[in-house]
Design a protein around this ligand. Sequence first.
Ligand SMILES: *Cc1c(COP(=O)(O)O)cnc(C)c1O
Length: 360
Amino acid sequence: MFEDLEVTLEKVAADKLKKKPSPDKLGFGVHFTDYMFLMKWSRELGWHEAKICAKEEFRVDPAAMVFHYGQAIFEGLKAYRGKDDQLFLFRPKDNFERMNNSAVRMCMPRIPVEKIVNVLKSLIYLEREWVPRAEGATLYIRPTMIAVEPTLGVKPSSLYYFYIIMSPVGAYYAEGCNPTKIYVSDQYVRAVKGGVGYVKTAGNYAASLYMMEIAKKEGCTQVLWLDACEHKYVEEVGTSNIFFRIDDQLLTPPLEGSILGGLTRDSVIKLASSWGVDVVERRISIDEVLEANEQGRLQEVFGTGTAAVISPVGELLFKGNSYTINNGQTGGLSARLYTELQAIQNGLQDDPFNWVVRVG
Ligand SMILES: *Cc1c(COP(=O)(O)O)cnc(C)c1O
């Protein structure tokens, strides 16, 4: 039913095009490109009215179900500028397949993955001047789906919007990559097994804000979430997956329903394994982590996600006690993963796993 989805282009008048922000003041998700992609879904028509049009306000009814019952899912990926102005995407198909997994869990319609990857390529090519040239800067891409049927009954909506907006973002580590201080939450939890922790749905982030504010007051940049049942096993750090290097083994919690399966997580597992690193997915308790640290066996800790790629952890705050990791320094494996993944994403290095997709 998707083959006949026609995408129209509504040109933005030349005098309505925005001025590009200065490359040193990009920030994250503050500026947006001129165009977006938008399509609508109804039970009768499926996906229809697909268009690339001005990124501007659209009208939805105040009764739209997304505002009340939170049927909203999203994705996050980036377009990278390599040498000779070539543009690249990193595993875009996997992002849209993950979005379809989210859609199923939230009773929302699936999107046609191949078609949308092609639409995204066209959109980026149209907006190619928006992909920043500054070192480390990228074009962040935010596909989103929301329920827009105007009704108050609790049930899956029968109308949806899917759209893609894009934002030029600065290098994540503008001042170099400094290991972060992380608050280990022993009071609030992010997700439970059987719940929606494994999907990128809006409510997960709303639910995390309160704990994030507490962490910030303690001088921490992120929250390390423990499992919801025993408050014992490590799950995720903020909106990143987490890795521990103990006794030369690279450990990360398994995907058992409460953790979002990050593409960076998957890429790190595959890349490190290909280097001969012993990577193990298993439950890791916070006690095990702290004990290994005490005994000098915890070599490094880092988070993984599209935004930062690799985010080294230099300090944990747990039950009022502070624990320094690797003398607050970035670990060797963290640094290597960061460099090599970035090089692959920017098309500067061999891509043994065929992750990179060229645009235009
Ligand atoms: C998006 C996200 C991640 C990281 O996923 P990537 O695909 O690596 O960007 C990890 N945890 C949560 C909760 C997320 O929302």
